[in-house]
Design a protein around this ligand. Sequence first.
Ligand code: TEU
Ligand code: CA
Length: 564
Amino acid sequence: MTDELQNTSVTSNPASDAAWWTSAVVYQIYPRSFADSNGDGIGDIGGIRSHLDYLAELGVDVIWLSPIYPSPQHDNGYDIRDYENIDPVFGDLDQFDALLAEVHDRGMKLVMDLVVNHTSDEHPWFIESASSTDNPKRDWYWWRTPGANGTPPNAWVSAFSGPAWTMDATTGEYYLHLFAAQQPDLNWENPEVRQAVYAMMRSWLDRGVDGFRMDVINLIAKRIELIDGDERGEGLGFTMGPQIHDFMAEMHREVFAGREGNFLTVGEMPGVSVEEAALFTDPARKELDMVFQFEHVSLDSGESKFDPLERDLPALKKNLAKWQYGLAATGWNSLYLDNHDQPRLVSRFGNDAEFRYESATLWALVLHLQRGTPYVYQGEEIGMTNVRFGSIEDYRDIESINHYREAVDEFDRSPASVLEGVYARGRDNARTPMQWDDTEHAGFTAGTPWIAVNPNYPVLNVLADRKSHRSVFDFYQRLIELRHSDPVVALGDFELLEPDHPQLFAFTRQRDGVTLTVVANASDEPLSEALPPQLTAGDLVLSNYPVSDELVLRPWEARLYRTR
Ligand code: TEU
Ligand code: CA
């Protein structure tokens, strides 16, 4: 049997036997908000095609597209009604093939979103499953009879507020949905479900795509024994059922084994621990290349994500370092500080007012110099910020809207205080249209955008950034070049310095006698003391301030040194 698996591919890494993605950078496109080519106000494939040179110039190796399959769009495409087609709002299969060819022509790869924990309630599989209790697809989803007094079978709650069970009148039974009621969970215990998903994945690979980002993939394995009990399932029964590793290994065998090509697989895994991640990403186990973990983006959650806490720098540093150390010997990290579900990194971790350029580039340096594969979320490369819309009517995200209604209507909280939570953590912060230039609607659309553009677009846009001598884009470009050219960036050993320092984020990467040192003042104040000389030894490779021999770092100043 051939065993040419993606984990053993060797193409672009300067350090010979490492997997290609150790020196790669991924760019995430949220198609709805990237660029609109036909004036209907919604980004589409045509819009992506018209900006491929921009991405090639940035230097990224892989483009990951959030879902573009046919969908009623209750959750912006994470509710899929047909896995093998393109939603007309985004284009069609011919346009997709053209996009794929143009991406490949530029030496980049294209990774699709794979959303198979759940389908849309409009997917034919669910329509069949719901039609009667003895339909052959009944068991493809999680159906349960009502509890006593007709209540849901257990107390699990949906990620988008309210119970995780909805009663379907046709058969008088409840179905499980860990997200919206329009997103019923597939039953992965059923081998027919698994085979149907694997066949669909193979058809995309046959079409030429280069891998998958797998939505909430650790949620496909649930602890069924809890479903009949009354124990609250969150953190217990939702995720990481005992079968999860078998499912991942089976998927790998059925979909990727024996195929030519350099694929990428990244599993999104809320709640995953570093010990589990090491298993998922151990090349010898042939499960996944890397996972998205959530610990570092959960540290500032209070009672819920909408009740945020202040940033705690030592806690953040130690958490990121824990993942660096935990996956040093086996496994691999994915590196991200934002995406389409998270607030903008410069608003969350930096200062998006007085020090927008400095703090955006500081976090870029800190992230891209870690060991792992960095992900850049659209707009991050120009330092796009969070938004504060005047009213909940201006928001589009089902999570924020449901949370607002529940908090205001059921828990009597003041609309203003609930909006503050949405300003800080709502997903629409990341979903306002990409800001290309200073023309109306930021050059995103000639029509009316589906969600308003951030009002700061006249000064914050691609054109303005690229003209500036303090260009965030240029800084990302340098970081991406460094990952391509320097094996120490790709593979060097990581060591966190000064873990308890409240302002300084400092670490080293070491390999073959070379040391890279990152020193970064993650605060609005100058560093409280001079840096010790060993932290500034060697050549200054990159900095976000004019070069200086000063040993006291200025606000949000970040430097990279190299010594041999
Ligand atoms: O997200 C899963 C997830 O756990 C979160 O990041 C999610 O946004 C949660 O509500 C945060 O509070 C994935 C997708 O990335 C997200 O866009 C989808 O809405 C979700 O799965 C359901 O498919
Ligand atoms: Ca469009």
